[in-house]
Write a protein that binds this ligand. Structure first.
Ligand code: SAM
Length: 266
């Protein structure tokens, strides 16, 4: 498939984002702190939140082949690698994969790092027990999103499953903060279309889609776009500590729409 102008713009936006990312575990004070934090806690509160959901569906990750398509920093799949999964990290931005590799190496964890597009992944049909991502397909137009879902399903093993975590079209706090940030010009991750459902993106005869929402407290993180920049780090740090200490705050409906897709047994 030939990439549309929109797909290229999304790739360019993210390549630029990762080049200047404040998530880089570099030699700066912040970079060294991030390395220490990830080594000590195995990720952020949000990584632990998605892990809880995944493990319920997956059982033990040991020996399972897992593709994180649009992995960014790879931190969502890092605990799976730590629990013995064979993790493949794919992203369009090589800079994101470099960041991921630094975090994994710090913990002596292995992964396959693949630079490529979710629209045409360099994998055989049915290679992975689990194909997943968080925060990727909402960056595409609905027609493109459907193509990305279809490519993710192509590489899923028979009997495996696909799961995505995306901004929920019914998350009021996030929606308000995003709209205000866009109006003020402080929204920095480009096009993002919250999702109502992925049901229409797959054939109902072939696939079963189960969806639910969580991440009530996580939504408030988007206020970082609306406060003075000097307060951003203290705000994000306080939000992170609160979520870590009170994980139940994320159980009610909120930022994430979780979409679990399995092939129907004939
Ligand atoms: C919002 S970030 C999410 C990163 C990560 N999944 C997370 O939750 O932290 C979106 C990611 O999608 C990647 N991306 C954008 N276009 C892509 C494409 N065509 N193929 C694969 N990855 C892409 C970006 O580089 C970026 O890492």
């Amino acid at each position: 498939m030939r990439d549309s102008e929109h797909i290229k713009t999304v790739a360019d936006t993210w390549q630029e984002h990762w080049k200047n990312s404040d998530m880089a575990p570099d030699s700066s004070r912040q970079g060294r702190f991030l390395r220490w934090y990830i080594s000590k806690f195995g990720g952020f509160a949000i990584n632990r939140l998605v892990l809880t959901v995944l493990e319920k569906q997956l059982g033990s990750p040991k020996g399972k082949s897992i593709l994180d398509a649009g992995c960014g920093t790879g931190l969502n799949s890092l605990p799976l690698a730590a629990r013995g999964a064979e993790v493949t990290l794919l992203d369009i931005a090589p800079e994101a994969l470099n960041i991921a590799e630094t975090y994994y190496q710090e913990l002596e964890l292995k992964a396959n790092y693949v630079s490529g597009s979710i629209f045409e992944m360099p994998f055989e049909d049915g290679e992975f027990d689990l194909v997943w991502n968080t925060g990727v397909i909402e960056h595409f137009e609905p027609r493109e999103r459907k193509q990305a879902v279809s490519e993710m399903l192509r590489v899923m093993k028979p009997g495996g499953f696909m799961i995505t975590f995306n901004p929920n079209a019914s998350a009021p706090v996030y929606q308000r903060a995003k709209a205000k940030a866009e109006a003020r010009g402080t929204w920095d991750v480009g096009f993002e279309l919250p999702i109502e459902t992925l049901s229409a993106d797959v054939s109902p005869d072939e696939y079963e889609v189960t969806e639910w929402s969580l991440g009530w407290f996580f939504q408030y993180q988007f206020y970082k776009y609306l406060i003075p920049s000097a307060l951003k780090i203290p705000f994000v740090a306080t939000h992170e500590v609160t979520q870590s200490l009170l994980p139940f705050l994320n159980r009610p409906e909120g930022y994430f729409l979780v979409s679990l897709i399995r092939k129907k047994q004939k």
